[in-house]
Design a binder for this molecule. Structure first.
Ligand SMILES: NC(=O)C1=CN([C@@H]2O[C@H](COP(=O)(O)OP(=O)(O)OC[C@H]3O[C@@H](n4cnc5c(N)ncnc54)[C@H](OP(=O)(O)O)[C@@H]3O)[C@@H](O)[C@H]2O)C=CC1
Ligand SMILES: CCCCCCCCCCCCCCCC(=O)[C@@H](N)CO
Length: 326
């Protein structure tokens, strides 16, 4: 009897914390339906974007994919038709060109779910990397996302108002948008930038029933990653490659589930959840249970993060020593 009472006393603070969190977490939970709605996926001709477009089409959404190369877009449309029997619309545009993006969105149907997935990654030590490449990554990954959002917001807002249904803007960042890693100065900067954009934008569009989702994939087997492997610095492989790549379709599944449940942050694998708790900061959280896990996990994850940094700096040090002697 007495021990039961002590157990009760021990658990009481946790129960109270859960109750408080259930009352205060914002924004509130939301379900975002996909069936019959217009989903636009940028970078939808390859890798994660193609897998996302295919899944959305299979779930009954009307899908548009946008990328630069028209022939890759056509191949993607054929692949999606073959797999699902559904025809997607293709749009060729460079997200770096704001006019081209505006024209593309004006010509398209109003968007219910905008997935900014396009991205380029050219890892190299900053000292060796040209400013052209730095600018290229920032312009595609960060500015391209601004162009898309600016061009879609007015009609998205209208559409959400008319239909009474919640809309979504999803942004594909990267685990390199949560932690800076050797070889990724420009890429990480472009991806960290997306988080600031997403957090601030959620404040601005919540009243319009628009919900932001930020996806943080780990290394994922895509044509883009195959290209990246050809030039990745050795030590970047040691740090980033230590977890093995995810399948594009598994990342797409996580991302789409996150979009449908209005999750602000989508982690994709176990390390991703650790990274999320370690870098949670002031990001919004709709789930009181996840908020609870974050509160209990934050201090310990700081310790885990320092262990990772210890191992990374040790690898870098050893690598330098090897370079000197060899
Ligand atoms: N693969 C990975 O390991 C990881 C990827 N990510 C992120 O996921 C996203 C998708 O990556 P992944 O599938 O690997 O990439 P891929 O290189 O396989 O595909 C990139 C897509 O983006 C399009 N794209 C690139 N530049 C532009 C542009 N300027 N304008 C319009 N479209 C463009 C490409 O088409 P086209 O070239 O014809 O324009 C293509 O459809 C990226 O944002 C990436 O940073 C995050 C973590 C890990
Ligand atoms: C506190 C807990 C820490 C948990 C583990 C952290 C592991 C971090 C690994 C980061 C790897 C980044 C890969 C980026 C992939 C990407 O975006 C590219 N393929 C494109 O360049």
């Amino acid at each position: 009897m007495a021990s039961l009472f002590f157990l009760f006393l021990l658990l009481l603070p946790f129960a109270i914390l859960l109750l408080v969190l259930a009352a205060i977490v914002r924004p509130r939970q939301v379900r975002i339906p996909l069936k019959g709605r217009h989903v636009l996926v940028t970078g939808g001709s390859s890798g994660i974007g193609l897998a996302l477009a295919l899944r959305a089409a299979a779930e009954g959404a009307r899908v548009t994919i946008l990328a630069r190369d028209p022939s890759r877009l056509q191949d993607a449309r054929d692949a999606i038709r073959l797999a699902t029997g559904v025809d997607v619309t293709i749009v060729a545009a460079d997200v770096r060109d704001p006019e081209a993006v505006s024209r593309a969105l004006e010509a398209a149907d109003p968007v219910d779910v905008l997935v900014c997935n396009h991205g380029v990654f050219l890892p190299q030590e900053l000292e060796r990397q040209s400013l052209e490449e730095v600018r290229f990554m920032v312009e595609v990954n960060l500015m391209g996302t601004f162009h898309l959002i600016k061009a879609s917001l007015p009609t998205m807002k209208q559409r959400a108002k008319q239909s009474g249904l919640p809309a979504s803007i999803a942004i594909v960042s990267s685990q390199a948008g949560q932690v800076g890693i050797y070889g990724y100065t420009a890429y990480s900067a472009s991806k960290f930038g997306l988080r600031g954009l997403a957090e601030a934008l959620q404040h601005e569009v919540i009243a319009d029933n628009i919900h932001i989702t930020l996806v943080f994939p780990p290394d994922t087997d895509t044509p883009g990653l195959a290209e990246e492997h050809k030039r990745r610095p050795e030590i970047t492989k040691v740090i980033a490659g230590s977890q093995g790549g995810m399948k594009a379709d598994d990342v797409a599944k996580k991302a789409l589930n996150g979009i449908k449940s209005g999750q602000f942050v989508v982690a994709c694998n176990f390390e991703g959840y650790l990274l999320h708790v370690a870098t949670v900061g002031l990001s919004p959280q709709r789930s009181y249970f996840m908020a609870f896990v974050e509160i209990l996990g934050v201090g310990f994850m700081r310790f885990v993060a320092l262990c990772y940094q210890w191992s990374w700096f040790t690898s870098i040090e050893k690598w330098h020593a090897k370079m000197k002697s060899g």
